[in-house]
Design a protein around this ligand. Structure first.
Ligand SMILES: [Zn+2]
Length: 312
């Protein structure tokens, strides 16, 4: 500290000033106050500038988030369009194929009811944008869930349809090259043995004795052996209400309870039961009522293809 001098009014000379303890204390106190004031000022300035920097930082981050959110919204829109194409195919092709009606838009576009779900975003700046993006995401999630359910339904119905196609009678029980002719069609005809008009309950194929006879669809052998006018016959239960009968056989090679596929060899043409010559009487019944077997033939199958089916 610098030495201070004061003027002595009596001697008119300067004398070194010796401050009292109180004066010294006061002086130190002044210095401390000023120092604290300066420090406090620095502190406040630094805090304010800090706030300002932090504010800018968050503002920048916020802008980036908004941009990302908008990009996300566009992505959801694109996925939504892609899904709409899948839904259209589902309605027009897949569901139609298995006999299902298209899903109405009220089901496909089902939301979550009201906007309460997104109210929590209201307190945020840009909360509306966030709510909109969330709503799109939720809708998309729901649509995907419904689409998955639709595919599941189609798959199980498709499998059922494949099963149905495999089981229902749908081919001629003899190779075309193996019989001479159809000697009798389904319907009313003059019966050669009984000498009167009778309902013919099946189709007759005139063929040489011993000609192979095949199952017209998959199923289970329900009966074999003699059955009155049918002679030696095989009865197959195909499920779905369908049964088939192969009558007047010479010999049978399957057994009751056998699970068989379409084309399985059942036996051979004979002349057993009420018959005027070697032939196969083939009958299709739906809920035990004879129906015209011709309706259950798929279009002409080439011999080689038939051979393949017959030997599966
Ligand atoms: Zn017949």
């Amino acid at each position: 500290m610098k030495q201070k001098f004061i003027l002595d009014p009596v001697t008119l000379t300067f004398k070194p000033h010796k401050p009292t303890f109180k004066q010294r204390l006061k002086s130190v106190g002044r210095y401390l106050t000023i120092s604290f004031a300066i420090a406090a000022l620095f502190f406040v300035v630094s805090i304010l500038s800090g706030f300002s920097l932090t504010g800018k930082f968050f503002e920048k981050q916020n802008q980036t988030l908004i941009k990302e959110l908008m990009a996300l919204e566009k992505k959801f829109d694109k996925h939504s369009q892609d899904l709409a194409e899948i839904e259209e195919k589902d309605d027009i092709l897949y569901r139609n194929f298995v006999g299902l009606n298209p899903l109405p838009p009220t089901i496909r576009q089902a939301g979550f009811g009201g906007t309460d779900r997104y109210h929590k975003f209201n307190i945020l700046s840009n909360g509306r944008l966030l709510a909109k993006v969330f709503q799109k995401a939720d809708l998309l999630e729901n649509q995907i869930h419904i689409q998955q359910k639709s595919f599941d339904d189609i798959q199980s119905l498709g499998e059922e349809k494949v099963r149905y196609i495999a089981f229902v009678p749908s081919i001629c029980p003899m190779r075309k090259s193996n019989y001479f002719r159809i000697s009798d069609y389904f319907g009313t005809r003059f019966h050669p043995v009984f000498g009167e008009y009778k309902e013919h309950t099946g189709i007759d194929y005139a063929a040489l004795p011993g000609t192979p006879v095949y199952a017209s669809g998959g199923g289970v052998v329900a009966a074999t052996g003699w059955d009155n006018g049918y002679g030696l016959r095989v009865l197959i239960n195909h499920g779905y209400g369908y049964t088939t009968i192969y009558a007047h056989l010479q010999r049978i090679v399957v057994h009751v309870g056998d699970s068989i596929k379409r084309g399985k060899l059942l036996g051979f043409v004979g002349n057993t039961g009420v018959s005027t010559g070697p032939h196969l009487h083939y009958e299709v019944r739906l809920n035990n009522k004879p129906v015209n077997p011709i309706r259950y033939y798929i279009d002409d199958i080439p011999d080689d293809e038939y051979n393949q089916i017959a030997h599966k």
